[in-house]
Design a protein around this ligand. Structure first.
Ligand SMILES: *Cc1c(COP(=O)(O)O)cnc(C)c1O
Length: 389
């Protein structure tokens, strides 16, 4: 049996008529960039996330970049984030000349460890009239960027409670977490100052190429992001700001609008797969060796990835590969250990939980169209691996 980590073809075949019609609609219009499809997607995404504004952009990376640009993050600023994430989270901070500051993760949720965040903010920083400075470097803490990793929301009430005492922005990296909720059904992306989403094809809502979107409840930030998206231009050919080309294509928006209507059904199918795995590992007596994803009461996890923690991760991965099962390691090298960030001076042991997660975690197939026999096969092959010992 073959079980790929992700197979997008069944999703396309199920929606082929609708998707092909959307593509042809754009072809007939010959409007390719920032047209009616993008405007409609922005409204629909804002409504979906419970945010006032949606601004379509060229990728999830550019969503992060333009959000930080709108906050005037740059040289002399620091942005606090997690080292256990996709590169773009830290890369966008550094590209603007600001300094990423890494706070380690909580080993159960793999999200920012909020106790360590609080001790950094209160112990290593000082507030001057609400403006927060890192005592050691003298630089300003301009923003905190939590990542809702794998589709599991960060406890935003606790985080905002720590950060809102200061003039510090909160940028949610919600690239993997569209539709994720904290308790009370409140969706990510509408909780901090700006939420950043990715429509990369492997995300729960994926386009036919690159795309992204910013959400915000802040009218001023929304207007700035809109302006920065088109080279800071407003009105035409007048530039009060230096922006970039962060525009979203009509073809992507048309595809995404079709898929958005099915997103909650796909989330539900992923959750059923996760329930199955949780239960099956338990029944196989693997509780001690296979650590399944944490569940927070009242939260909605959308399982962009289903990530287990296991001893002998690399050997297990090899074994599953030999049995025709696709897996992936998100992420083998945490950001504080990346070569390009050597200049920041971190040692591996500065964020030990991130280093440990990088060595022990493995993503299993979780996509909505996974068949019952395929899920069972994944569990059986993992059980065989640990039985053979
Ligand atoms: C995918 C992803 C991004 C970047 O999104 P792109 O659309 O690929 O640019 C940023 N952060 C996280 C956590 C991601 O998973």
């Amino acid at each position: 049996m073959k079980v790929p980590l992700l197979d997008l073809k069944p999703q396309y075949l199920a929606l082929k008529t609708e998707l092909d019609e959307a593509l042809l609609r754009v072809a007939a219009s010959q409007m390719f960039i920032l047209g009616p499809e993008v405007a409609a997607l922005e409204q629909e995404m804002a409504a979906y996330c419970g945010a006032r504004h949606g601004i379509g952009v060229s990728s999830g990376t550019d969503a992060l970049l333009v959000a930080l640009m709108a906050m005037e993050v740059g040289q002399g600023d620091e942005v606090v984030t997690s080292p256990y994430t996709f590169f773009a989270t830290g890369g966008t901070i550094a590209r603007l000349g600001a300094t990423p500051v890494f706070v380690d993760i909580d080993p159960y949720s793999y999200n920012l460890d909020l106790a360590q965040l609080e001790s950094f903010l209160t112990g290593s920083c000082e507030s001057r009239d609400g403006v927060l400075f890192n005592r050691k470097t003298g630089r300003r803490i301009k923003a905190v960027m939590p990542v809702h990793l794998y589709g599991q929301a960060v406890d935003m009430d606790a985080l905002l409670g720590m950060v809102r005492r200061y003039c510090v922005y909160v940028v949610e990296d919600a690239a993997q977490a569209i539709g994720s909720e904290v308790d009370g059904g409140r969706r990510v992306g509408a909780l901090g100052d700006v939420g950043c989403f990715s429509f990369f094809p492997t995300k729960n809502l994926g386009g036919f190429g690159d795309g992204g979107l910013c959400t915000t409840n802040d009218d001023r930030l929304a207007a700035r992001i809109r302006q920065l998206r088109v080279h800071g231009m407003e009105p035409k050919y007048y530039h009060a700001l230096v922006g970039g080309n962060f525009r979203l294509d009509e073809i992507q928006a048309a595809v995404l609008r079709v898929k958005l209507r099915h997103l909650d059904a796909w989330h539900a199918a992923r959750q059923l797969n996760a329930d199955f795995y949780d239960q099956a590992f338990h029944e196989a007596g693997l509780d001690q060796v296979v650590i399944t994803p944490a569940r927070h009461t009242g939260y909605r996890h959308i399982y962009n990835q289903y990530v287990i923690r296991v001893p002998e991760r690399d050997a297990l991965r090899r074994h599953l590969g030999e049995q025709g099962i696709g897996t992936e390691v998100y992420y083998p090298v945490p950001l504080h250990m990346q070569e390009c960030f050597t200049y920041l001076g971190y040692r591996p042991e500065d964020c030990p939980e991130s280093a440990r997660a990088a060595a022990e975690t493995l993503a299993l197939p979780i996509f909505p169209e996974l068949e019952t026999a395929q899920r069972q096969y994944v569990v059986d092959m993992i059980r065989d691996f640990f039985r053979k010992g």
